[in-house]
Design a binder for this molecule. Structure first.
Ligand code: BGC
Length: 763
């Protein structure tokens, strides 16, 4: 396949400009720092096709729900992260010509995302009427440490002749969300002010009342002939005129601060932004960038994966790790990870089960435990809303939403909102994942137990007892495979429900023994009784699981084998992707599986299956799976590694790792698949390296994909940092930080100590 972006280990390079591909490039070239994010738009005007996107974490607009036919229990609104004031803008005119790459002549265009130091660089040579040339360069970054700050450096250099330049650094609040249900404007204007070399703009979201103040200061290395302050509704800036001699390089540096009422009292937001922008200008571009770069070098120090012998795979994994670290930094427990991060508007920029099922393992292994803890606390803080959500459906306990920002459900398709309830299980399982990884059992007593208990109550009420079979069933659900709805006994849902009940009972026993006072408090507060615990035990013992005797495997749901049994191989090119080419009715009746479903359960509970059984399940389900969710191939890749199908594991890895860079699903223009990027990381670390944590111990069962010469990565585990190197001949474990630790490699125990490393033969 011809690649649009050049393959490079640390950079994503676009050479030459294809207007048709601009939206895709804008997604790929996005920058973010956990507090805010911008797509890779141009600083100067661009009148061609583009999605101008600036998003501030947690700042949303409750967009009124759209449905065909209202059903009781539907949410009133779908929260959308509001596209905020464009702060990178600099309008540029040269000799009265508006610089606009949709209209002007230019050569030597390149746009480069530097992942190592997290900045975007762009350059081109503008050809003026009469053929004289002007070199234009732009560089920008969003400060990794001072998260409210960003900086843009814009350089103009006439190569042949003296030029007149008009520059207008500005802040523009005239922005709309493309994804707005009724075309509403999400913002009210509050104020704007322009002063000499600085300006600010304050706007407030409608209905949700988030005040956002954006302030800028700028400096230029040349004399200004004239200047004018501009203040219009939602727009503020300074227009300046100057001249540049041949060969003279004009540099305009713009410093931006974005502050919100999420972090400050409303009457201080503007003052804070103005102060921060002024201080940033004082510090200067070079110093700010040096701090930012240092922040990123620490991130890479912990989370890089280095692959030798496969530049495409190397670029792919770094791109994934880079975007994950841009999206969520764990500095604020009120935030979470949207499937598109800050790179687009689809999915509203909200939280799905993706966070717990896919993202948590990445953050646990590459950051301090406070980051993973904050992801969990997010759900703890939403517990009351999850209880209200279950109540709306007439059920006990807590049903966490399919998609949320405040804890309230936003999804409004009945088959998902009401039926895709397996998501509750992932929230519960994340509590176990976090505790197993960090050893922080106290989390259970303080925050984990109420979440588990309320989810368990939900399962207790949602199951149906079938007296004819003396079995419990879960009827009318949608499993992870959204290509079947309203089915009975989705094996994965039944399994995760029972697992939650079992784990909650164990958690209860643990708290009762270790923290009896807290135990009594929870029992009272959550209104739990012995009868209820017995009921949970009964459900655990008598849950029904659909089974396919002919194949000796679990069935995805009661009626799966009634479907015409066909595999992916039988699909024609024009059928794929099914969701674009087939009617929904045809998809629902077909045997095709959107994403890991039974395999998702095997991934979670693989210790309950022997190798042959995992193989049988994989061999049955994989050929029927179309992987039309980006979350799918990573799970199949991990299972393929588990059963020793290395070739398949590698194939599926490539699909997940370069999904956006190679625009596999033809939808990168809408934004990146951020949450599945964590799955990519898992397919290397959990898949190829066979890494897992069991009973406070790290286990590895590595193999090296045939094409690779070696790969290495780091694991942060309980105040230690371990470097794992997997080569053709040898595997090495080095303790870079912390106390010695016992690990298991291919089933044998070893001690990793500082200043020495274990070297083993690769198998
Ligand atoms: C998948 C869901 C996922 C959502 C957001 C859907 O296409 O089927 O499992 O939660 O995307 O990533």
């Amino acid at each position: 396949m011809k690649k649009y972006f050049k393959v490079d280990k640390w950079n994503i390079i676009e050479e030459g400009f294809d207007k048709k591909y601009n939206r895709t490039s804008e997604s790929i070239m996005s920058l973010a720092n956990g507090h805010m994010g911008i797509r890779g738009n141009f600083a100067e005007k661009y009148s061609g096709d583009s999605l101008q996107g600036t998003y501030i974490a947690g700042v949303y607009y409750p967009d009124k729900t759209v449905v065909g036919w209202w059903k009781n229990g539907y949410p009133e609104y779908f929260a959308k992260i509001a596209n905020a004031a464009n702060f990178i803008g600099i309008n540029v005119q040269i000799n009265n010509l508006q610089v606009d790459l949709n209209k002007c002549n230019f050569i030597d265009f390149s746009r480069t995302l530097n992942m190592k130091d997290a900045f975007l660089k762009r350059e081109f040579t503008l050809i003026l009427p009469g053929s004289s040339r002007v070199k234009i360069r732009e560089k920008r970054f969003l400060h990794q440490i001072e998260k409210e700050l960003a900086a843009v450096s814009y350089q103009i250099k006439p190569l042949d002749k003296k030029i007149n330049i008009q520059l207008t650094p500005y802040l523009d609040g005239n922005v709309k969300n493309e994804d707005a249900n009724y075309g509403d404007l999400f913002w009210n204007n509050i104020e704007q002010k322009s002063r000499k070399k600085s300006a600010y703009l304050s706007m407030e979201t409608k209905k949700s009342f988030f005040l956002v103040s954006t302030a800028m200061n700028w400096e230029i290395n040349s004399e200004i002939n004239s200047s004018e302050n501009i203040e219009k509704k939602n727009f503020t800036g300074n227009k300046i005129n100057l001249t540049a001699d041949r060969g003279e390089e004009i540099i305009l540096n713009k410093y931006i601060a974005v502050c919100t009422s999420r972090d400050y009292n409303k009457n201080r937001v503007r003052e804070k932004a103005v102060k921060l922008a002024a201080e940033a200008a004082q510090k200067g571009y070079a110093d700010l960038f040096a701090e930012h770069k240092k922040g990123w070098s620490e991130i890479w120090q912990e989370s890089d994966i280095k692959i030798e012998g496969d530049p495409e795979a190397q670029q792919g994994i770094r791109f994934n790790i880079f975007q994950l670290n841009q999206t969520y930094t764990g500095h604020d427990p009120r935030l979470n990870i949207g499937p598109k991060g800050f790179t687009g508007e689809k999915y509203g920029g909200l939280t799905y089960w993706d966070t717990e099922a896919y993202c948590l393992p990445f953050y646990l292994a590459t950051h301090s435990s406070s980051v993973g803890r904050n992801l969990l606390l997010y759900r703890y803080h939403h517990l009351d809303k999850a209880v209200e959500n279950a109540d709306k459906l007439g059920l006990k306990g807590a049903l966490y939403p399919m998609v949320t920002i405040t804890g309230e459900e936003c999804h409004n398709e009945w088959e998902i909102t009401f039926e895709e309830i397996h998501r509750n299980g992932a929230v519960a399982h994340a509590v176990k994942d976090y505790i197993d990884y960090t050893g922080d059992k106290k989390y259970l007593k303080d925050f984990g137990f109420p979440v588990l208990a309320e989810i368990s109550k939900f399962w207790e009420d949602r199951v149906t007892y079938n007296p004819r079979k003396d079995k419990y069933m879960i009827l009318g659900v949608t499993g992870p495979n959204e290509y079947e709805n309203n089915i009975n006994n989705n094996w994965y849902t039944n399994k995760i429900a029972v697992w939650t009940l079992k784990y909650t009972l164990q958690a209860k026993d643990f708290i009762k023994k270790e923290f009896p006072k807290k135990y009594s408090e929870w029992i009272d507060k959550l209104d739990l009784t012995e009868d209820e615990f017995n009921h949970w035990r009964d459900i655990v013992n008598k849950m029904y699981y659909p089974y396919l005797e002919d194949y000796n495997i679990y069935s995805q749901q009661d009626g799966y084998l009634d479907k015409e049994q066909k595999t992916r191989e039988e699909l024609k090119d024009e059928d794929i992707p099914l969701y674009k080419n087939w009617s929904w009715d045809r998809i629902l009746r077909s045997p095709y599986i959107k994403q890991a479903d039974v395999l998702q359960g095997i991934y979670y509970f693989k210790e309950e299956f022997d190798n042959d059984s995992i193989k049988r399940h994989f061999e049955f389900y994989e050929p029927r799976t179309v992987h039309e969710s980006s979350l799918s191939p990573c799970i199949y890749s991990i299972i393929a590694s588990e059963i020793g199908n290395q070739e398949k594991a590698y194939q599926l890895y490539l699909r997940t790792s370069r999904l956006d860079l190679d625009n596999y699903n033809y939808d990168t223009d809408e934004g990146l698949h951020i949450t599945s990027m964590a799955g990519t990381w898992m397919s290397i670390v959990k898949g190829f390296a066979g890494f897992e944590v069991k009973n406070n111990k790290l286990y590895f069962r590595p193999f090296l994909p045939e094409k690779w010469h070696s790969f290495n990565f780091k694991i942060i585990f309980r105040n230690r940092r371990i470097k794992v190197h997997i080569g053709k001949e040898k595997i090495k474990f080095e303790l870079e930080k912390g106390k010695p630790l016992k690990i298991s490699v291919y089933g044998q125990d070893r001690i990793v100590e500082q200043s020495s490393c274990i070297t083993l033969k690769n198998r």
